[in-house]
Design a protein around this ligand. Structure first.
Ligand code: FES
Length: 169
């Protein structure tokens, strides 16, 4: 995970309960670790460091094993994301259609490095690997919304629509 201006605060009790709920829901299924990590990230937006020993204990794994899986998959965040998450696909089909240029453009427009969260916490910029729109690349996801064939101009437009006035660049 890249630099972030926000230092995560200690996890609050309701968030710890959400981790405990995810553990209870998944601990007995075969290959529980990945679905469990997904459930934690779905609930909290990231996998907090406090969750690692809880998950390790529940699945009878070492903390290093859990941490290793979190760092191996780019998908999992170890820090809370910004209020808006912008994902730009860098997999093959999108690479061939200008994804790298699009990502560099997003960095400039947002004032935020890839894998990073802007200092004001407004936005996190993440390269991702396939959003399932390979035939209409390059693809971008902003929040829950997917966008196909995104040009740098269109990206600027989408970002302006997605960030509030106070957060816009
Ligand atoms: S390669 Fe980018 S959406 Fe699949």
């Amino acid at each position: 995970m890249g630099p972030s201006a926000m230092k995560p605060l200690p996890l609050k009790a309701p968030d710890l309960s959400k981790v405990a709920e995810a553990i209870a829901a998944h601990r007995d299924q075969p290959g529980a670790l990945l679905p469990l990590l997904h459930a934690v990230q779905d609930a909290l937006g990231y996998v907090p460091s406090e969750a690692v020993p809880m998950i390790a204990r529940a699945l009878d794994l070492s903390r290093a094993e859990v941490h290793g899986v979190i760092s191996y998959y780019h998908f999992f965040r170890s820090e809370p994301p910004g209020r808006q998450v912008v994902q730009i696909c860098r997999a093959e089909a999108c690479q061939a259609c200008g994804a790298e240029e699009l990502l560099a453009h997003a960095e400039r427009v947002l004032g935020c490095a890839r894998h990073g969260t802007r200092a004001d916490g407004a936005v996190t910029l993440e390269p991702v690997y396939c959003l399932g729109l390979c035939a209409s690349s390059p693809a971008v996801q902003i929040g829950a919304k997917l966008h196909a064939r995104v040009t740098p101009e269109r990206l600027e437009q989408l970002l302006a629509e997605s960030l509030t006035d106070a957060e816009a660049v």
